[in-house]
Ligand binder design. Sequence first.
Ligand code: SF4
Ligand code: SF4
Length: 227
Amino acid sequence: MQIQYKAPRNWLQTLLQTEIAQGMALTLRRMFNRPITRQYPEEKPVVAAGFRGRHALVRDAATGESRCVACMRCARVCPSHCIRIRWSRASDNSRVVDAYNIDALRCIFCGYCAEVCPVNAIVLTEVYAYAANGRSAFKFDKQALLDNWDDFAAQKGDMQGYVNPLCRPRNMPEGALAHAKRVAVDAEWRGAEQWVGKNHRATHAQGAEPNPSAPGHGQAHQDGAAQ
Ligand code: SF4
Ligand code: SF4
């Protein structure tokens, strides 16, 4: 495939510098257009599907807890090494997350953590406005991440089965996806046709099915940490 960055032009176009005339014509046309000014923050923009904003740990509706099963995949895949998890064993031998920390100031918002999570526990929400005066506000612990989810849910409405389309690895057949990620998303997000941006407002309105439940709890002894 050849990518062409500059349209070829003939000698006459070069001599007359027609691009200048085209540019001036465009400027002239725009002078009579109605100005578009968004009255932020009263008028909030609609973000595109797949937008990667503030991190959150999804709060399971059934248990009220995080869905995280401490598989450590997100911590291992994170290129910035900004996720740290500490877990322990429950009496039924399942893993219990004791601490989950993300340093959002080191994050590059690649979305890998959300993509690899088998239970859709960690997501990058569509929350983009979260400025603070100090750095500590961006060092999210488990409770802060759950609070981020509550905040996102309050803004978004019905959150059952929410999955950011970008959290579904691209080109992966639906059957190969973890159960928590087999949710209703627009056809554009499936298979080879997945791409970001088109009709994102329609995608935003997409409904979804309920998700499976979270891990169990119990007493703990063993520790594990990222990296
Ligand atoms: S978005 Fe990327 S850099 Fe940020 S926490 Fe997730 S894996 Fe790490
Ligand atoms: S958030 Fe997901 S990927 Fe990360 S440890 Fe928990 S279950 Fe595993």
